[in-house]
Unconditional design. Sequence first.
Length: 297
Amino acid sequence: MKWHGVMPAITTPFAPNLTIDHEFLRQHASWLVDHGCTGVVALGSLGEGATLRLEEKLAVLASCRQALPGRAPLVAGIAALSTAEAVELARAAESAGSEGLMVLPPYVYRGDWQEMAAHFRAVIAATPLSCMLYNNPIAYGVDVTPEQLAELAAVLPNLHAVKESSADVRRVSAIRSLLAERLAILVGVDDLIVEGIAAGATGWIAGLVNALPRESLQLFELALAGRHQEARRLYDWFLPLLRLDTVPKFVQLIKLVQQAVGMGSERVRPPRLPLEGTERETALRLIQNTLRGRPAA
């Protein structure tokens, strides 16, 4: 398992009756890797993992696994209400053929560091799989500091990466200063990718890549190569869409972009509802106006 490059937090596609559209899921995962993505992260927030039953989660992993044999690793998002449930899911994900795990704090309960550290240790130690800790204090109310990451890394040999979504680019530098090459740092906020790479990140758990993999890969590679002027031009074009990844209805918005480019539908599972009325019209106007200036291949 190598934590680097552009790895989509893949969306979960739904049929009109809101069952999982496994045929499209396999097609989508394969299409993303065809464009150069270095792995697929399933069952995350963008994948609406909280709305999926355990058997559905395992079916999603099975479909992704079928689409990726020998081509790219599959990473399973691990999130649950309880530590025991998260451990169960981690072990099931290993059995389903996942090469890595993205480990989240527990849903709902926002404990102190003693409790959160115990949760992360239990889940990460439950399998030998390579693990990435997902730090998103904005969404989950739990902030794992660089010092706390170092504490976990000292006792968990299979903790290999962090998805840093605090939206504070200084965190990348702080983690690097403490952990050097011990942990790979992946940016988890789409509109911070160029700044994150400049600070030392080497990977991107990306959202808009679900609709625009060519542009996402090009932006990442330009930034990583230090081709600043070219990266800046592409980033300036892309930013209105990348910012859709950072608002409460990011799932609806990213799926709407997928629909606009002909690679998915806007269907979501309740409690989320598709955008409608003025909200949808405003989003579509932004999407269409940005896509009209889409750089040539």
